[in-house]
Ligand binder design. Structure first.
Ligand SMILES: NC(=O)c1ccc[n+]([C@@H]2O[C@H](COP(=O)([O-])OP(=O)(O)OC[C@H]3O[C@@H](n4cnc5c(N)ncnc54)[C@H](OP(=O)(O)O)[C@@H]3O)[C@@H](O)[C@H]2O)c1
Length: 267
């Protein structure tokens, strides 16, 4: 993989950094000279262990964590309010696929709140901190396993809840929102791209019942490549698998993309 080194320190935030792929993303980034890596986690014990483990493994002292519950708008906003200094790269990666329908304390279906609104709120709240016009990037970890989005029933209030259907819908939404934000953030010089990481054994993949045969490190390769390679700085609103752009029909339905964006904004 080509890893472009920047002359100044780059600050990269990774959500879900205590999970299988998120930890690998954070560690691979911390291995690159000049990167400061911020793990965005909800569990302090896991976050501290991960940050310490990555620092020791890479010899990079600039690995720290911030606690945030991505399923709660107020928690994401609090992170943005206390964020000090700029941000170069935001990698939205945290996701869940609970087998039973659950709701957040705010009454939102948990998978939609975490996998879709969590991505939306992070971009919305943190884009003011991204270094405008200076190679700032957002990467949304989505999936090829995507589809079936029903704009009129994003929270499975009308349909019976099924975790696989809710998950596929959420990953379609992540890909659509990448296009919506790419258009809005292009004037600020911020790129927004989506990708499939790989099939990796994790809590999430086991909830979905497929396990996964690839290593977390291999799952991290495309998100890291988008974060530091030339392509992620030169393209926006695109979807990538295995470090190649793949045509995405979801993003081409501009009317649906805009309705989804406005619906997310209304939460
Ligand atoms: N695994 C695969 O085969 C596969 C395939 C395609 C796409 N993906 C995508 O890759 C990404 C990472 O998946 P993974 O397999 O690495 O999942 P994972 O190991 O289950 O990790 C999920 C991460 O999200 C965090 N998280 C969940 N809810 C949160 C919340 N409300 N606030 C803050 N953090 C929260 C978890 O925190 P805790 O540690 O505290 O639970 C954990 O760090 C996801 O976006 C997924 O859709 C994965």
């Amino acid at each position: 993989m080509v890893k472009e080194e920047h002359s100044r320190r780059r600050i990269v935030a990774v959500t879900g950094a205590s999970g299988a792929i998120g930890t690998a993303i954070a560690r691979q980034l911390a291995e690159i000279p000049g990167q400061e890596v911020v793990l965005i986690c909800r569990d302090e014990d896991k976050a501290a262990r991960c940050a310490d483990g990555i620092s020791r493994a890479t010899g990079n002292p600039n690995v720290r964590y911030e606690l945030t519950d991505l399923s709660l708008r107020a928690s994401v906003q609090a992170l943005a309010n206390r964020w000090e200094g700029p941000l170069d790269v935001l990698i939205n990666n945290a996701a869940i696929a609970p087998r039973r329908r659950m709701q957040t304390a705010e009454g939102i279906e948990m998978q939609f709140a975490t996998n879709v609104l969590g991505y939306f709120w992070m971009i919305d709240a943190l884009s003011e901190h991204l270094r405008h016009g200076s190679d700032a990037r957002i990467i949304n970890v989505a999936s090829y396993w995507a589809g079936g989005l029903v704009l009129g029933d994003l929270e499975f209030r009308k349909r019976p809840y099924n975790n696989d259907a809710a998950y596929r819908q959420s990953k379609q939404a992540d890909r659509m929102l990448s296009v919506a934000f790419a258009r809005r953030l292009q004037p600020l010089g911020i790129t927004v791209n989506a990708c499939h990481p790989g099939d990796v054994n994790s809590t999430l993949s086991n909830s979905l019942g497929f396990g996964g045969h690839q290593s977390p490190d291999s799952g991290a390769e495309t998100p890291v490549w988008l974060a530091v390679g030339e392509t992620g700085g030169q393209h926006t609103g695109k979807y990538f698998e295995h470090q190649h752009e793949v045509s995405c029909t979801f993003g081409r339905d501009h009317e649906a993309v805009e309705i989804l964006y406005e619906t997310c904004q209304s939460y």
